[in-house]
Design a protein around this ligand. Structure first.
Ligand code: MG
Length: 381
């Protein structure tokens, strides 16, 4: 079997797909979405594509090593997102070639179904805000039986904020706990925009409502700062959606700087690398809560790894992960879980008329501009 064609499609906002076609007629799909850098990643896939044409798609580890190491400069968001999508597509081909779900080739499942969480929160305590939050919570609980939700404090945070600003978030967190009761998990994403001191202060204020975790309490670059937060907070700290490869996580492991890791399968190095990171995490008693805030191809690939990782905790999904018209059948959530995929490869049949469209670059994908209103300085997203 040989790779004969590599194509890219941009069917939806924040959904970039790569399709690899082989001379047997078997095709594989992967997701290369990199928020803020869609054109750069597309070019990286084109460059890698020249290497893959004519090659045996089943030599996945070999191709991963070549793409990562051979051009002297390793890693980085753009190369890794391109490699991640290509790796997913190669695993899709491998599963279809051997006529098994991809997870069967990774050691087979260690669980019967995959626990997922949805995005839900009380964004505002106005009557309208609460009504909207109530409706979405009812819908998620009725339709999917979700027992875990994530939201954020949102907004722009300076190095410190006055009590009223902090309390507005803290009060919403406690109200959410009141609404869902003690049998449901609630997590909060700080989006890496607080200082260690502020993150610790805010975490102390919400600890009484028993969060499942706080995600990215501080920016990504300094693992000692993350460790400082973890050491001062009594509930689990999670991080990792912006970390790439095992080497990117190495400091987190060695400093025991977080409890849960959230690599994104479309950035961190695909199925191949997510499994290796997960296996390393097991050594440090860290659990996996893989990030997925893009499309259903990445989500499907992530579930293949979730199936085989003993130290898996929970999988993120945003609503469009479940199908978004790209998959012929949506993933169904019942009792907060998705049954193990049964179809060969990544487990979906793609809706080609929708998937094979190129709708160009959406403005929202370029990241936007964020400034503090008070003084015009740059704020974090
Ligand atoms: Mg996040």
């Amino acid at each position: 079997m040989k790779v004969i064609k590599i194509e890219q499609f941009f069917p939806l906002p924040r959904v970039r797909l790569v399709k690899i076609t082989t001379d047997t007629g078997i095709v594989g799909w992967g997701e290369t979405t990199l928020e803020g850098k869609p054109r750069s990643t597309m070019t990286a896939v084109d460059e890698i594509g020249d290497y893959l044409i004519g090659k045996d798609p089943l030599r996945i580890e070999h191709h991963w090593q070549h793409i990562y190491r051979s051009a002297f400069f390793r890693g980085g968001n753009i190369l890794m997102s391109a490699l991640s999508g290509i790796d997913q597509a190669l695993w899709d081909i491998a599963g279809k070639y051997y006529e098994v779900p991809t997870y069967k080739l990774l050691g087979d499942a260690v669980r019967d179904r995959i626990r997922v969480y949805a995005h839900w929160g009380i964004g505002s305590t106005t009557d309208k805000g609460k009504e909207q939050a109530r409706q979405r919570l009812d819908m998620l609980q009725k339709k999917g039986g979700y027992k875990a939700f994530k939201s954020g404090p949102g907004g722009k945070w300076r190095a410190h904020e006055p009590p009223a600003f902090i309390d507005a978030f803290v009060e919403r967190a406690y109200l959410m706990r009141e609404w869902v009761g003690p049998d449901v998990e609630l997590a909060f994403d700080f989006h890496g925009k607080m200082t260690p001191a502020l993150a610790i202060e805010v975490c102390h204020e919400i600890k009484g409502m028993r969060p499942m975790f706080v995600e990215e309490p501080v920016p990504q670059e300094n693992i000692d700062a993350l460790k400082l937060v973890s050491d001062h907070v009594t509930f689990p700290i999670a991080t990792g959606e912006r970390f790439l490869t095992r080497w990117g996580f190495r400091d987190v492991f060695e400093k025991q700087a977080a409890a849960y890791l959230q690599p994104d399968i479309s950035h961190t190095g695909g199925i191949t690398e997510l499994k290796k990171i997960s296996n390393m995490a097991e050594v440090y008693y860290m659990h996996m809560a893989p990030h997925c805030a893009i499309g259903p191809v990445a989500f499907s690939a992530s579930m293949q790894v979730d199936a085989v990782v003993p130290n898996f905790l929970i999988q993120e999904q945003v609503d469009k992960c479940l199908g978004a018209g790209l998959l012929k059948e949506d993933w169904m959530v019942n009792d907060g879980h998705i049954e193990l995929p049964t179809k060969p490869g990544l487990g979906f049949e793609i809706n080609e008329e929708i998937a094979e469209q190129d709708r160009g670059i959406y403005e929202e994908e370029l990241g936007g501009e964020f400034y503090h209103e008070s003084d015009g300085s740059v704020a974090d997203w």
